[in-house]
Design a protein around this ligand. Structure first.
Ligand SMILES: [Zn+2]
Ligand SMILES: [Zn+2]
Length: 158
């Protein structure tokens, strides 16, 4: 009975296949992805916390024109505007039935076709818009700040 048995080799065999291949849970399944997109689309819808309606005066100021050519479609009701019909023309040049575009503009301020934005009565929105449309507008007439930001550039030296 010697103690000769202590030479047993004790080797751990780690199978090759036990390595990390990747975590299957990293893959978002399709439905989840879809839902994510949906959420993004919703939070982005219409841009900036929803557009306000066009201002009444802007809507009233829209010129009423006579349709002079065939094939003009009112994008609100998708109907043709007949030649000789009275229509409202937006500043962007798109024409609509007065009965179609006026209610439309009472809930949002943009042209249904090209998204041209009409003035609104929403001061906050207007200010934001001035900021967003960068400094293309250099007259400070409607500048709200009390400071003397006279010249148009938008550069502010502190
Ligand atoms: Zn119409
Ligand atoms: Zn338009």
């Amino acid at each position: 009975m010697g103690l000769e048995d202590n030479s047993i080799e004790f080797r751990l065999q780690v199978p090759e296949s036990d390595r990390y291949v990747g975590n299957p849970e990293d893959y978002v399944d399709a439905a989840e992805y879809e839902a994510l997109l949906q959420t993004l689309a919703e939070s982005d819808g219409g841009g900036r916390r929803g557009a306000p309606p066009a201002s009444k005066s802007a809507v009233e100021a829209l010129p009423t024109v006579k349709i002079e050519s065939e094939g003009v479609v009112c994008a609100v009701c998708k109907d043709l505007l007949g030649v000789g019909d009275a229509a409202k023309r937006l500043p962007c040049g798109h024409e609509y039935h007065g009965d179609c575009i006026v209610p439309w503009l009472s809930s949002r301020n943009s042209c249904p076709v090209c998204r041209f934005e009409l003035p609104t009565d929403d001061r906050e929105y207007e200010e934001e818009r001035v900021v967003n449309s960068a400094s293309s507008n250099s007259n400070g007439a409607s500048s709200s700040g009390g400071g003397g930001g006279g010249g148009g550039g938008g550069t502010h030296i502190v």
